[in-house]
Design a protein around this ligand. Sequence first.
Ligand SMILES: [Zn+2]
Length: 394
Amino acid sequence: MTGYRYGVHWLAFVVDGPSEEAFVLYDLFFRDLFGSLQGMGHGGRGFQEIWYSLLGFKVYVHPSQGEMEYFHFEIPGQACELIHWQILQALDDLLRHNYPERYHYTRLDCAFDDVPFSPAEVEAAITSGHVRSLAKRESMRVYKSPFEPRENGELGTYTVDFGSRKSERMMRVYNRRGFTRLELELKDRRADLVAKEILGSSDICDWGAIAIGHLQDFVSFQTEWWDEFVLEVGRAWATVTTPREISEARTTAWLRRQVSPALSVIHDIGPDNFLEILIREGRVRRQRGNRYELLLSGKQGSLDDSEGQNVRGGTSMEDHGVRDGTWQWCLHCERAYKAGEHREVGGLEMCPYESCSGDTVMDPWPWKRIREIHPGYPEEPERGKVYALYLRKG
Ligand SMILES: [Zn+2]
């Protein structure tokens, strides 16, 4: 019994709505974690503009063709894994209320880490026919790099893909991270169906079971290790690092690996204060682009207030503050109350309004932020009054 962990590894969705609402959604749910969106300066994938933030998070706006306004969010693997599941649930909740029938998921990857079998065992089972699946045997692809180190230092990486790339379902089993990970990649209608089911479930404990159910719809193996896996109860993975920490770690690793030998030579033979000059030069040069803006934001050492014209500004959660007594707004019942107020239900702090299912941790948004979307709402909200978060104009 290894006790696998599971989570959402990739999420993409399309919403029928004006581009401005894409930025509102981003700011509400993701800006605190990934920083402000930056313009790429070009379009792609049928959109005129692409905006991005840390770890490859992308927002596509202004479709190149047609009259319809819609936008597309793409949250790739590493970024997705850092988002707390309650944020994804709250996002789905808002989409369901504000865009009923007007949003759909286009990709969802469910990942299971530390499963009790290896890619080699999966390959052997498919080869020997101990598999039941709609996918054909010839859709199996195997990639082996016997001398490539895994993330845990062991030698040799092994990946088994099963299922046609063109179909709506594919399975990938690999050990690059050290342990074996199984990913169920879902696209289009299938992604929409499963994502809505998973994100709409009230309890994270249901996620694993729902995802395993859909996995077994697609594939099952007549082996002991498979029986062990599907009978086991996994747990949701915890999000421990932030996108900024990962980006900083990557940049530091690159400096160590690629830059340090050359730098040490010049430091030893060159002018005395070369390092100082280099850093001063770098501070000036980095202002010409916004490449490091997201790493710098919120850190000491930033020279400017990021007035780059391609940066979508705004204030962050820190600026709003959630001190007791400040007004906040409940995502579930859309009413305002003051931070600190709550109703205790079974040891949990819930929204103070009777019968509301929202809690006081994930569901309240700063009232100030609601007013950024609805400048017409009063500075002091009325108690008990519903302030709808309709994102659509008119
Ligand atoms: Zn509420």
